[in-house]
Design a protein around this ligand. Structure first.
Ligand code: ADP
Ligand code: ZN
Length: 675
């Protein structure tokens, strides 16, 4: 049963949503296209069948660093895997070829650029390959931003080897699906598995930008030691925020396309390996990240569309543990994003579509209801419950804003759509500035009608009007607002509009420290993390290769006392139990009670318990039932054998323990077995 391997090798108790069906389809030899959200657990879907099927699985994956980490992670599980990439040392390559020759390699990771090589093709065609797994399959799409020309060779290779192919991606738009089918499956229909877009462990929240640097700093401060990504709109801002974070005592680096390739690679690697590092980056920081334990993603500036937003926040919490997001937005962001679209070189209909995608994101930012629902509905998904967004946490305060919006629209129209928010607000507030006097705007009927609100309240109203696309800044007129047709029914008083009050009033800063574990477990948790760090450093691999955050969290909660308890933790399989159990138990309990190797082998199994009972019984009967006989003991290995082979009668027991010991312990031991 593949399910047995799930715990034994990978240490997981259950499949995640959808994994089981994909694993079964691959084992049945079908072509598969699986579309799963990031963090859905794609790797397991081809790694588990690799162990079930004869031969080796060929895994094509776009990034060398990620391949190396996956191989390290598999080796830590006791699975024989190797990679052929340009990053290999000669020894590593030799090892891979030796393992291939001996026929005991289960997974062979290969960089796409290797596929062009005829020698590689010849070598592959001599192997017994069970199937080809293609990670990040959307890289075959010529129109996508991750296009890899070498991916186009995979289809050829599949034909050459004549084996099934399983393609995985998190990109689900129908055009990409069609391209994947054409290019990888030669238009044959693979079995398609499409999984929902929801990432329930990611907390969604938006905040109005008022002092962005401070907002970022206090968010990070409350999550000290966690690793996160902070996306910024400009390179300069990445550098200044990273600097500010370092000054505040956080481990932070910046990352953007202006850095040279080597520096970028070093930063990517540091982020991958170091526990708790923060990267302040432009969106150039994306593809290269496969860190499952990113605990938060902050957008210090508004992303460009709802699609980008979804993809960028999706990098948090791939391990399934709680992760957070915070997106800052303000009127300037909206203006900037609008003008980027308008000034771009795209065709008009494309620009329309881009405005639409931005609108969807703004709708999400100004949302009056559960954000998760709004987000998923955009992607065609409906959800039952959320309870994990800022609006579910505390519902927004709404008010009927129709009157205010009509005042603002009237100010815009009476000044012939020639002005931006600053001047319009002066008019509404009845301020006699020079500009107002010069233009005679103090004569307008709108002059001073909005006095009951403050300047910042009006700014909030204008921002929301932009968010609902009632007005748009016009770059040809230096950002002056134009009214859109969406606003017409409101202007004519045919439609009402609700606005949010809570995003207008400056929010009180609340910095509650957020921790992954309860306060009383905090010390143990950080001790476990430092143990994990030293073990990972010895492997030159990321921390999660040793154990995921989730395992350490559970460890600090349940505090296992011995290997039996330890083996029950989700994420602990047989090999990790053997390799790391002792080290972590020492951290938890201060010392480790050494067990006989025969007993250790039985850890977590029912026979382990039987062993303990046999051992206790033996101690009791060591000097015979009345305590005055010559002492007799059975070796640990014979007790283990006894527990495992479960003899049913005295003859069998005699064969196992010998005549004398059978006489003393036989009946009592049998009773333990039958109980
Ligand atoms: P992606 O789909 O983004 O490639 P990964 O394969 O990297 O996701 O898996 C993300 C995380 O989920 C990994 O840390 C992995 O160990 C964990 N994971 C995968 N399957 C399960 C499962 N059935 N139970 C618990 N954790 C799992
Ligand atoms: Zn919600």
């Amino acid at each position: 049963m593949p399910k047995d391997l799930l715990k034994l090798v990978f240490g997981h108790d259950h499949y995640r949503n959808g994994q089981s069906e994909i694993v079964d389809a691959i084992i049945a030899g079908k072509d598969v296209l699986a579309i799963m959200p990031t963090g859905g657990g794609k790797s397991l879907c081809f790694q588990l069948p690799a162990l079930k099927l004869d031969g080796v699985v060929l895994v094509v994956s776009p990034l060398i660093a990620l391949m190396r980490d996956q191989v390290a992670a598999l080796k830590a599980l006791g699975v024989n895997a190797g990679a052929l990439t340009s990053g290999n040392t000669d020894d590593e390559t030799d090892d891979v070829f030796n393992a291939l020759e001996e026929g005991n390699l289960k997974l062979l990771y290969i960089a796409p650029e290797r596929l062009a090589n005829l020698g590689t093709q010849r070598m592959l065609s001599k192997l017994s390959i069970s199937f080809i797994a293609v990670d990040e399959a959307h890289c075959v799409s010529q129109w996508g931003h991750d296009f890899r020309p070498d991916y186009l060779r995979i289809g050829e290779l599949r034909k050459l080897l004549n084996v099934p192919l399983a393609a995985f991606t998190a990109t689900a738009d129908p055009e990409t699906q069609v391209e994947i089918k054409d290019r990888l499956f030669d238009s044959n229909d693979p079995e398609i598995f499409l999984h929902g877009f929801d990432r329930p462990n990611i907390h969604l929240s938006f905040s109005v930008k008022n002092s962005p640097r401070q907002q970022v700093l206090s968010f990070v401060e409350a999550r000290k030691g966690q690793s996160g990504i902070i996306y910024c709109g400009s390179r300069a801002k990445c550098e200044t925020i990273a600097q500010a974070l370092r000054q505040a005592g956080h481990a932070a680096i910046h990352y953007h396309a202006g850095m040279d390739a080597d520096d970028r690679r070093i930063s990517e690697r540091r982020f991958q390996l170091e526990d708790g590092l923060i990267v302040v980056a432009t969106v150039a920081f994306g593809m290269g990240i496969d860190k499952p334990d990113i605990r938060y993603v902050i957008h210090a500036d508004l992303p460009k569309s709802i699609e980008s937003y979804y993809q960028e926040i999706g990098r948090a919490g791939r391990d399934g543990e709680a992760a957070e997001t915070m997106t800052l937005y303000g009127a300037d962001d909206i203006r900037l994003r609008r003008s980027q679209i308008d000034e771009g070189l795209a065709q008009n209909d494309r620009k329309q579509a881009d405005h639409g995608r931005l609108n969807a994101l703004l709708g999400l930012a100004e949302s009056r209801r559960c954000r998760r629902r709004v987000l998923l509905r955009y992607f065609g998904d409906e959800i039952e419950t959320c309870k994990n967004c800022d609006l579910c946490d505390s519902p927004p305060i709404l008010f009927d804003g129709t009157k205010h919006v009509r005042m603002a629209l009237s100010a815009i129209l009476r000044t012939e759509e020639r002005f931006g928010a600053g001047h319009l607000i002066d008019i509404l507030l009845g301020k006699l500035t020079d500009k107002v006097k010069q233009n005679g705007h103090d004569q307008l009927p709108t002059f001073g009608v909005g006095k009951e609100y403050s300047k910042s309240e009006w700014q909030g109203i204008f921002r929301q009007m932009m968010g609902y696309d009632l007005i748009r800044p016009d770059i040809e007129r230096f950002g002056a607002f134009r009214m859109t047709h969406t606003a017409r029914p409101i202007l004519r008083d045919e439609q009402k509009i609700e606005l949010r009050k809570d995003t207008i009033i400056k929010e009180a800063r609340k910095t509650k420290v957020k921790s992954l574990v309860a306060e009383e477990d905090e010390t143990l948790f950080s001790a476990l993390k430092s143990k994990r760090r030293s073990l990972a450093e010895a492997l030159n691999a990321p921390a999660y290769v040793v154990f995921a955050d989730a395992v350490l969290i559970e460890m600090s909660k349940s505090r296992p006392e011995n290997l039996d308890d330890f083996s029950k933790l989700s994420g602990v399989g047989a090999v990790k139990l053997e390799r790391y159990g002792k080290a972590f138990l020492e951290v938890i309990n201060g010392e480790f009670v050494e067990q006989h190797p025969s007993r250790r082998r039985l850890a977590g199994k029912n026979t382990g318990k039987v062993f303990d009972q046999l051992q206790a019984k033996q101690l009791e009967l060591m000097h015979g039932a009345y305590g005055h006989d010559k002492p007799l003991v059975c070796s640990a290995s014979s007790l283990a054998k006894f527990a495992e082979s479960k003899p049913r009668d005295m003859d069998a027991i005699k064969r196992l323990l010998g005549e004398k010991k059978a006489e003393r312990f036989g009946a009592a031991f049998l009773k333990i077995l039958t109980d």
